[in-house]
Design a protein around this ligand. Structure first.
Ligand code: SAM
Length: 267
């Protein structure tokens, strides 16, 4: 799980950034929905409640965050998205895939897109939401010497042999290559603190701030110290510096958040 244990903060800022909307494309009266990598189940549970006549199938490789009580129309299964899907072709009206990119193998992306395409009914939609873990500054004040930039550069490179952490920037072209049409991509800055003058974005940044501080530690500890053999001391110096920059409103830091939708052509 890439988020901190403070799952509520992550769920709250996602809800706020999307104004509580679960499905962005024009999907009316869905009968069957697939949620890839359900995590805490928050999205899948809300979808099950919002569409009581739909069947929601949610899969995750690691079901430990699954709540004990789930709506009757939600089925949570253990499954690895890196393996070819076992679902029947043309089974779903909508496929949702959010914040799973760090768990997708580098060579799996093409197959993952094709599997999503295959299991959708004609006219069904895929919606993907991914963070690009490459911290940017809204006013260009972050330099390569900053801890946040050093963290980003190292994090994007440390798994280069196994993962494609730049995939979020290419979701649109990958969806088009898999056959999706009407593909639309939008980058939304996900502020790491309350730097924005816009009240809504400031709230999102404030909700995300402590989560971002936990996340840069939790996601990087093992790869930086084991794969790069950075000493624990060097690691914590970097994290302390990056965390103090997360508190710096003048740096206006954000993660690019990519939201991409695409439709399987109608029959
Ligand atoms: C950051 S959480 C996101 C949860 C949820 N999609 C959301 O947006 O709140 C990522 C989830 O993806 C799951 N995951 C990562 N790689 C996976 C894989 N190869 N197969 C299935 N689930 C995977 C993790 O176990 C984790 O629960």
């Amino acid at each position: 799980m890439i988020f901190s244990q403070d799952r509520n903060a992550a769920e709250l800022y996602l809800r706020k950034i999307f104004d509580g909307r679960l499905i962005f494309p024009p999907v009316e009266d869905p009968k069957k929905i697939l949620d890839c990598g359900y995590g805490s189940g928050a999205w899948a549970i809300e979808a099950a409640e919002k569409y009581p006549d739909a069947e929601i199938i949610a899969v995750d490789i690691s079901p430990h965050l699954k709540p004990e009580e789930t709506p009757n129309n939600l089925w949570c299964q253990v499954d690895d998205l890196n393996e070819p899907f076992n679902f029947k072709p043309e089974e779903f009206d909508f496929v949702h895939s959010r914040l799973v990119a760090p768990g997708i193998g580098k060579s799996r992306w093409t197959g993952y897109m094709k599997d999503c395409f295959k299991v959708l009914k004609a006219g069904g939609w895929l919606q993907m939401v991914e963070i690009y873990f490459n911290v940017q500054s809204d006013n260009g004040t972050l330099t390569e010497e900053h801890g946040l930039r050093r963290w980003s550069k190292t994090f994007l490179e440390v798994y280069e042999d196994k993962k494609d952490l730049r995939a979020p920037t290419r979701l649109q072209s990958m969806m088009e290559a898999a056959g999706f049409v009407e593909v639309q991509s939008r980058m939304m800055p996900l502020p790491l603190n309350g730097w924005s003058r816009d009240e809504r974005d400031r709230d999102i940044g404030n909700l995300n701030c402590s989560n971002a501080k936990d996340l840069i530690n939790a996601m990087a500890l093992w790869p930086f110290t084991e794969r790069l053999e950075m000493s624990l001391e060097q690691f914590y110096v970097l994290i302390a510096r990056a965390r103090s920059e997360i508190d710096d409103l003048n740096l206006r830091p954000y993660f690019p958040l990519y939201v991409v939708i695409g439709k399987k052509p109608s029959a």
